[in-house]
Design a protein around this ligand. Structure first.
Ligand code: HEC
Length: 154
């Protein structure tokens, strides 16, 4: 049981980082995705509250909201890459684990599912950022690949 406060502090920190990162890495986005993501942040903070005070209804209710948000079309179609699909699926399965463990009134398992879900947030955001940066780099410097070739500068 002594591990739980530690895990929750870590998860809380990750969420804070997410909130800050989301703001400078998403310059031009559709209003719908932004709204959905803000809702996600709020809902996940509510889940954390539920875990912290062992309120299983609170956990289940907000995990269900998260599941619902992630099923919405606007959220699903932001990036069409196989990895994005993987993270979306993972996120849904994390939310389902949260609901299941809340039903079982297992706070340790719920805390673990919460941490896993938070890591999925981070992984997906990292993927989105990398994809966008790669695209931006290719656009601003199309000949970058030639610079490293042995014949360059002959
Ligand atoms: C499957 C991918 C994926 C997962 C999982 C994910 N996000 Fe996001 N998130 C995105 C994308 C894509 C954006 C950027 C939206 C854009 O720029 O169009 C984003 C942006 C955000 C933003 C910034 C929104 C703004 O104000 O501009 C926040 C906050 C956010 N996500 C929170 C979360 C939280 C909290 C979780 C986990 C509980 C999470 N996200 C999980 C894909 C994901």
């Amino acid at each position: 049981m002594r591990r739980i406060p530690f895990i929750l502090t870590g998860a809380g920190l990750l969420l804070a980082v997410l909130a800050v990162q989301g703001h400078d890495t998403a310059p031009k986005k559709k209003e719908t995705t932004t709204t959905l993501m803000k809702k996600k942040l709020t809902q996940s903070q509510k889940v954390l509250e539920g875990i912290a005070v062992q309120d299983f209804d609170l956990i289940a209710r907000h995990a269900r909201e998260l599941l619902f948000i992630s099923k919405q079309a606007e959220f699903k179609q932001v990036l069409k890459t196989p990895l994005y699909e993987v993270y979306s699926t993972m996120f849904r399965s994390n939310a389902e684990d949260l609901i299941k463990n809340a039903r079982k009134k297992n706070v340790d398992a719920a805390a673990l599912a919460y941490v896993e879900m938070t890591l999925t947030c981070v992984k997906c955001h990292k993927h989105v950022r990398e994809k966008r940066q790669a695209r931006a780099a290719a656009f601003s410097n199309p000949s970058a690949s030639a610079a490293g070739s042995p014949r360059a500068g002959r």
